[in-house]
Design a protein around this ligand. Structure first.
Ligand SMILES: Cc1ncc(COP(=O)(O)O)c(C=O)c1O
Length: 450
């Protein structure tokens, strides 16, 4: 018996209406409010219930049929499939590079309590110095020195995540350089910062180790570009790591053109080459930035920028114009977590988990070789851009979300592919389920995976 449709909540996204309706119906099926074997309400009732046209319902039902969630019977109507519920699963979102929390809740709570006690003692409501207190900066400097880069408390700026550090660095260089040199694809947040500042991009050829020095030289010669943005470890999204030799070659090119480097080291914990940084190799030309987001948790949003020394005063003015420093409570929480060793515990567990997940992806997707030496939080599957867009669309119809190339591409045809954030699902089982769907859709994009 068909019955009145349960309440239909369409998500407020930019996705097409029929897709949102399909997802709303899929959610009702997934949680059993539309049971296996049950007949769907008529298209007219669904249209009324959702406030959409009947044509939209037809397209949504077609989509659900392709996903294997419903089946049509001639002259009888459309029925919820009676296939094993497990395979429908919940959506698996592989688009967000968010690591699972790898520390015990008790440790997080201990750090929170320590942070709360400290924050209550801060003078002037934490408005004493927009760089944060000396004690906070000393803890962050020690963390950097222990993990990636010898740093001084006086040489750094505490920021709201690495994102603010990127924006500040780009803004500081905007007067010198109208554009940014980079590989053919990069972090979407860097693209957003560049768009906001009216900066363009110069796409530089890359190989499995990063930008090609000759092509960077060409880009500098042919344009007024004088800055590079780079994620040298686990390049986002392309995945490679830049060796010390390549870094030195690229620095040489920058020196020849008086160009600067914005080094985004958020994935530094996955470096296979040890603590090699542009900042250590070329301190006066490098804006180094990182945060706790990828090595511990983005819940804290504590970022840090270590600019060339002489750029600190203008950067402080820029920070002052935007916000009076990173929120003291977040900074204290980040510092307490660092002091209690949470970042080290998390980093070690993340490296292990990332490696296990990359191995799993390699096995399920039958990838002979993935350019990810020792594990990485994301995986890049190169393929022509059209095929990549199609794969991302087909996966999303099966409730698996991948980053399509247009989210990270800087133009040109050199960065076709999809990115999978393998660390995003809390549970490895969910990743495995998604990988099987992706594998089947890679083999046959027209297949309905059940
Ligand atoms: C390369 C890169 N840089 C920076 C960020 C932003 O980090 P945060 O959360 O610290 O702002 C991300 C987040 O995905 C990233 O992938």
């Amino acid at each position: 018996m068909a019955r009145a449709v349960p309440e239909l909540q369409l998500a407020e996204t930019d996705d097409p209406l029929h897709e949102r309706l399909a997802n709303a119906l899929a959610a009702l099926i997934a949680d059993g409010r539309l049971a296996p074997g049950e007949r769907l309400p008529s298209h007219r009732v669904l249209a009324q219930g959702a406030g959409v046209a009947i044509g939209t319902v037809t397209r949504a039902v077609d989509m659900l049929t392709r996903r294997g969630l419903v089946r049509g019977e001639v002259g009888r109507g459309t029925f919820v499939s009676e296939l094993e519920r497990k395979s429908w699963g919940v959506p698996v979102d592989l688009t967000l590079n968010v690591p699972p929390l790898m520390i015990e809740e008790a440790l997080f709570l201990q750090a929170s309590e320590r942070a709360a006690r400290r924050v209550l003692t801060l003078p002037a409501g934490g408005l004493h110095d927009l760089r944060g207190t000396e004690g906070q900066r000393a803890i962050v400097a020690r963390w950097l020195s222990r993990t990636r880069l010898e740093a001084e408390a006086d040489g750094l700026l505490l920021c709201v995540g690495a994102q603010q550090a990127i924006h500040l660095a780009f803004a500081d260089l905007a007067g010198l350089s109208p554009s940014i040199a980079c590989e053919a694809a990069t972090f979407s947040g860097a693209i957003a910062a560049a768009v906001h500042l009216g900066l363009g991009w110069e796409v530089v050829d890359h190989d499995a180790e990063g930008m090609m020095p000759d092509d960077l030289d060409r880009a500098f010669k042919e344009t007024g570009c004088r800055m590079v943005y780079t994620t040298p470890v686990c390049q986002n999204p392309l995945g490679f790591e830049v060796s010390e030799a390549r870094r030195l070659a690229l620095i040489k090119v920058c020196e020849a053109h008086n160009a600067f480097i914005v080094e985004d080291d958020v994935y530094g914990l996955y470096a296979t080459a040890g603590p090699v940084t542009y900042k250590a190799l070329a301190p006066d030309r490098t804006y180094y930035l990182t945060s706790l987001s990828k090595c511990l948790t983005p819940l804290v949003r504590l970022g840090v920028l270590v600019p060339p020394e002489d750029r600190l005063p203008p950067l402080l003015r820029a920070l002052r114009a935007d916000v009076f420093g990173a929120p003291p409570s977040a900074v204290e929480l980040g510092c307490a977590l660092i002091e209690l060793g949470a970042d080290a515990i998390a980093a070690e567990a993340l490296r292990r988990e990332a490696k296990a997940r990359i191995d799993l992806a390699r096995k399920v997707l039958r990838l002979a070789d993935v350019p990810m030496p020792e594990g990485s939080p994301h995986l890049w599957l190169p393929m022509p851009a059209v095929a990549a867009e199609k794969l991302a669309r087909r996966c999303s119809e099966h409730r698996v979300r991948l980053t399509p190339p247009d989210a990270t591409s800087l133009g040109g045809d050199k960065a076709g592919g999809v990115r999978l954030c393998t660390l995003a699902p809390d549970h490895r089982d969910d990743l495995e389920r998604a990988l099987h769907i992706i594998a089947r859709l890679m083999r046959d994009p027209e297949e309905t995976v059940i």
